[in-house]
Design a protein around this ligand. Sequence first.
Ligand SMILES: NC(=O)c1ccc[n+]([C@@H]2O[C@H](COP(=O)([O-])OP(=O)(O)OC[C@H]3O[C@@H](n4cnc5c(N)ncnc54)[C@H](O)[C@@H]3O)[C@@H](O)[C@H]2O)c1
Length: 249
Amino acid sequence: MPSAPAAINPAEATAVVTGATSGMGRAVAMRLLDEGWTVLAVDINVEGPIKDRLPAARHRTCQADVADRIAVESLINEHAATLPPLRAVVNAAGVYPPSNLDDYTEHQYRAIFDANVLGTVNVTSSTVKPMRAHGLGGTIVNFASADAFSVSPGQLLYSASKAAVVSLTKSLAIELAPSGITVNAVAPGWVDTPGTRGNDRMAAALPGIPLGRAAAAEEIADWVWKLVSAETSYVTGETLLIAGGAALR
Ligand SMILES: NC(=O)c1ccc[n+]([C@@H]2O[C@H](COP(=O)([O-])OP(=O)(O)OC[C@H]3O[C@@H](n4cnc5c(N)ncnc54)[C@H](O)[C@@H]3O)[C@@H](O)[C@H]2O)c1
């Protein structure tokens, strides 16, 4: 019978973090580095400040579109062999342009689902190969959204894409359990990030949040860290709603 996983030695652990040059992906990458992990930071835009802040020896920043399966696979194959064992994956890359029935376009649909859904599948499929090869197990944390449960006006396609991430998280949890890999998701409500800052919709939503404020990216990174650090080793397939009471289920 499999036993509960032992605490991970940070010196022997790498995490892949997507969307790592901005917002919550960046906060997660910083947290993992602070905890002593090695981080392979992946983003379509690598011009962010992460490059300046992080200790070079324990991180690599790589440019890739998570929706490009071949690019993601070759990037992971190239780096996994020369880094400490890959033990965690955080799929934070995502886009959230507004859309509704009157103004959506097919192009917009594909852009949202490619980044948020296909990107999560591509990165997971590429990274479980080296995880299975080292046989140490691991953790995957996906980024859903409170909109997956409560939906926001004007987020027709985005909400659907994040509901798909909740569903993927359940399916992948079952598929990867035999490999000792847990799969969970976080579903933030409003979070103060470069993507939402200055957003009229966030300003309008703030008074309605029971805790009275948006979350800081670091607060979400704390929860991701809990899921990654084996403190929650028997939790899999779960999506953790972190919305200050703005969405309830
Ligand atoms: N900010 C919020 O209020 C909020 C709430 C709930 C969920 N989310 C989700 O959390 C995640 C992070 O959000 P954030 O606000 O920190 O975002 P952000 O816009 O600050 O950063 C997102 C990062 O993802 C990268 N990215 C986008 N598309 C990519 C692609 N195809 N390939 C690789 N990288 C790509 C961007 O370049 C950027 O660096 C997203 O999945 C978002 O949908 C955000």
